[in-house]
Design a protein around this ligand. Structure first.
Ligand code: AN7
Length: 352
């Protein structure tokens, strides 16, 4: 049977009625990929599985919440949806709005959106409004627009987004047949960590799992309001997806860490880029820089002795590496000057 998308797959856990039109691109059911080579490389003995959300229809986890948000908007008869975004939300909103025959308006921090994400929003036909300002300022404008009744906000301040995103936690437990011991996840606007914690708890309440993971959220050092416990006016990081200084779900992230016995930490851009290259070159998995934040955080936690030997660990790889080709190419040390088209020239070039 074709996978039906997250609404049909997890209907009884979602705020959906028979009257809700289901707008889906068959998102979800993404692979949980074991990465033993990476664990060996850092000298660990634990089990690590990556929830590879890059394989959603718009290549990020945002599709899970967007199928709910757009379906509920369609139920209300909305014609126009709006979001602020560091890129992935705008791509997902634009795609699902196209599928529903709605207009999407996306408000983006000018010059700070990875190229692949911009290409997506453009080709799906969204109205793109770049602003002179960062994500937090864009979200402020969106909140104001949401007060006008004719525009539906599809940022994660819309609670149905969180409802959709929690399905990733269900899928992890369905595959493992239990909860992981730790779950590592990047934190930007903090909706996703909030959603996972809700998902794990609901699965436990339903008797599907016995335990709960410690929630380990990771921010970029230049953009770490929750760790630093203050709003960051000018957040900065190579991981543009999580370049957010005043997260909407701040309290949700803190609650997830506190209630689970986990934590929210921060890693530098250097640590992020090192983990980014390491994952791609040892496991063949290409993710966008934001996903490398929890990996860098895991490496740091392991080196500090904070990971038990037999732990089962999951981590969310939220978006595809192809979304941000500039960062990947910028990390490349190779000389790409063309040489003569001959066997001899190639052998010389590779040192044989
Ligand atoms: C790849 O698209 O906020 O903590 O506007 O794109 O739930 O915000 C993206 C966030 C992690 C952080 N990884 O998740 C947006 C946006 C990737 C992301 C996050 C984002 P949240």
């Amino acid at each position: 049977m074709n996978w039906p998308g997250v609404i049909q797959a997890y209907r009884s856990f979602l705020p959906i009625s028979d009257l809700t039109p289901v707008i889906t691109l068959l998102e979800g059911n993404t692979p949980l990929i074991p990465v033993p080579g990476l664990v060996r490389k850092i000298g660990g003995n634990f089990s690590l599985y990556l929830k590879y959300e890059a394989l959603n229809p718009t290549c990020s986890f945002k599709d899970r919440g967007m199928t709910l948000a757009i379906s509920k908007a369609a139920e209300k008869g909305a014609k126009v949806v709006v979001c602020a975004s560091t890129g992935n939300t705008s791509a997902a909103a634009a795609a699902y709005a196209a599928r529903a025959g709605m207009k999407a308006v996306v408000i983006l921090p000018h010059g700070k959106i990875a190229m692949g994400k911009l290409a997506q929003a453009l080709i799906y036909g969204a109205s793109i409004i770049p602003i002179d300002g960062n994500f937090d300022e864009a979200l402020r404008v969106v909140r104001e627009l949401g007060e006008l009744n004719e525009i539906e906000v599809v940022n994660s301040i819309n609670p149905v987004r969180i409802e959709g995103q929690k399905t990733a936690a269900f899928e992890i437990c369905d595959v493992l047949a239990h909860a992981p011991d730790y779950h590592f996840i990047p934190v930007g606007n903090a909706g996703n960590i909030t959603a996972y914690w809700k998902g794990f708890n609901e699965y436990k309440a339903a008797g599907k799992i016995m335990g709960l993971p410690k929630m380990m959220g990771w921010q970029a050092a230049g953009s770490a309001p929750i760790v630093d416990d203050r709003i960051i006016e000018n957040p900065n990081t190579v991981a543009t997806a999580i370049r957010i200084g005043n997260p909407a779900s701040w309290q949700g992230a803190k609650a997830a860490a506190q209630e689970s016995g986990g934590s929210i930490g921060k890693v530098t851009d250097e640590e992020i880029l090192e983990a980014y290259r390491l994952l791609a070159s040892t496991e063949g998995l290409f993710v966008e820089p934001a996903c490398a934040a929890p990996l860098a955080g895991l490496i740091k936690t392991f080196k500090a002795g904070g990971i038990p030997d037999d732990a089962v660990i999951t981590a969310t790889m939220t978006g595809h590496g192809l979304k941000d080709p500039d960062t990947a190419i910028g990390q490349c040390q190779q000389d790409l000057t063309p040489i003569k088209a001959s066997k001899e020239a190639v052998l010389r070039a590779i040192g044989l």
